[in-house]
Design a protein around this ligand. Structure first.
Ligand SMILES: [Mg+2]
Length: 415
């Protein structure tokens, strides 16, 4: 484990709902959610007052209303949250040159080696919290730990409005009693499988034979074994810049087949575009990111990430446009070697009302795309994004994408 590393995870508390309560004093102290109030609506963010009733994000709105009849529903304003996010990330940037945004309100900061300049990490965390509070009037919770996963768990346990630091010598005592579902990527299915095998705490995973975890979860079980022992070598990656939306995957083997790479790009581009549309924003820049298969240096830093980017004439939230540009980046100039990781991202995010009317005189083709995208989004909202697979994506699925996709945005952006 990189004992010398210090990672800080900063996460705004109930971000969208807190912005609303700050800007509308009459909402303070009341149970508030941002989200759709219609029959098919879903809660996007819940204030702490609403959470006391059991209301959670991603919960159907009718269920939230049943739990809390006096709940205040707000449509939300993504452009305003994006502006607020830029102010917050500017503050994060004062504390580290290495900031990796995970969503509008959440980031990792690498504090490794900054102690002489900035002071002890716990004090840095306290100053960061005070600065955010002073500049924005909002609460941010902070976790500090030797590895990313622990820092994120710590900020979650620090909520609301707290700071929790896990020192290298405290890692085992901190992790062991936690439920296995705290491990990154262990959701209800994998969690149930581990629990059925008698593995309920992270300490149980750390003590288990990794081969047993592999038998239970496939090759990914080895990764779970490493994470349970806090052997998380993932670095803070500033390349995944703040406010960008991105998705990437590591292939099971090195890939040179351009048809596989193109299909992978299409899958990622659609997913990124769906999140843009969900947030009511559009992007001006498309980024293709990859890691060459050949190791450049020993150790985890041996596979440096590369990227190419292109700025569009017009902002977009269309997966087909993003994929076309990313595929062009893939070919110009052609890759000279196989890759082990491939990602698609966008940047230059611009806010826009989600219900903005199509421009007068819009080309029929674009109108058709807009309608198609709306239909895809409805299917994804109702049945999960796995339900939306375009014909040409089949090859990417076979390339072993499913478990290893890493998103540039947390599933639960308001936590
Ligand atoms: Mg949050």
């Amino acid at each position: 484990m990189g004992a010398s590393r210090t990672i800080l995870h900063a996460d705004m508390d109930a971000f969208y709902a807190s912005v609303e309560q700050r800007d509308h004093p009459e909402l303070r102290g009341r149970p508030v959610v941002v989200g759709g109030s219609s029959a098919r609506g879903v809660v996007a963010a819940a204030s702490y007052e609403a959470r006391r009733f059991g209301v959670r994000s991603a919960m159907p709105s009718f269920e939230a209303r049943r739990l809390c009849p006096e709940l205040v529903f707000l449509r939300g304003d993504m452009a305003r949250y994006a502006r607020e996010s830029r102010r917050i990330f500017a503050i994060f940037g004062e504390f580290s040159p290495r900031v990796e945004g995970l969503s509008l309100d959440e980031a990792f900061l690498d504090l490794t080696g900054t102690e002489r300049l900035l002071g002890p990490p716990a004090e840095v965390g306290a100053r960061l919290r005070a600065r955010v509070r002073q500049e924005t009037g909002l609460a941010v919770s902070v976790g500090i730990a030797p590895v990313k996963m622990l820092a994120k768990i710590a900020s979650d346990l620090a909520k609301p409005d707290g700071l929790l630091m896990v020192r290298a010598e405290e890692v085992r005592a901190f992790l062991d009693p936690l439920p296995v579902r705290r491990i990154w990527g262990v959701g209800p299915v994998a969690g149930a499988r581990l629990e059925a095998a008698g593995l309920t705490r992270i300490g149980d995973l750390a003590r288990a034979d990794p081969e047993r975890l592999r038998a239970l979860l496939g090759d990914w079980g080895l990764e779970v074994a490493r994470l349970s022992r806090a052997e998380d070598l993932r670095e803070v990656e500033p390349l995944r810049e703040a406010h960008s939306y991105s998705e990437e995957n590591t292939f099971e083997g090195d890939v040179a087949d351009t048809s596989v790479l193109e299909a992978t790009i299409l899958t990622h581009a659609e997913s990124v575009a769906r999140r843009l549309r969900r947030d009511g924003v559009r992007a001006r820049t498309v980024v293709l990111k990859w890691r060459p298969a050949r190791r450049r240096a020993p150790g985890p830093r041996g596979y440096p990430a590369r990227s190419r980017r292109i700025t569009l004439l017009e902002v977009t939230d269309d997966g087909e446009v993003i994929a076309k540009e990313a595929i062009r980046l893939l070919h110009e100039p052609a890759f000279s070697e196989p890759v082990r990781l491939l990602g698609v991202g966008v940047a230059g995010i611009q806010g826009e009302g989600p219900d903005q009317l199509p421009l007068f005189g819009e080309a029929p083709e674009r109108q058709r795309r807009r309608e198609l995208n709306r239909a895809l989004d409805e299917i994804a909202d109702r049945f999960g994004s796995g339900a939306v697979v375009r014909a040409s994506q089949g090859r990417a699925e076979r390339a072993g994408l499913s478990l290893q996709i890493k998103r540039g945005e947390a599933r639960d952006p308001e936590e």
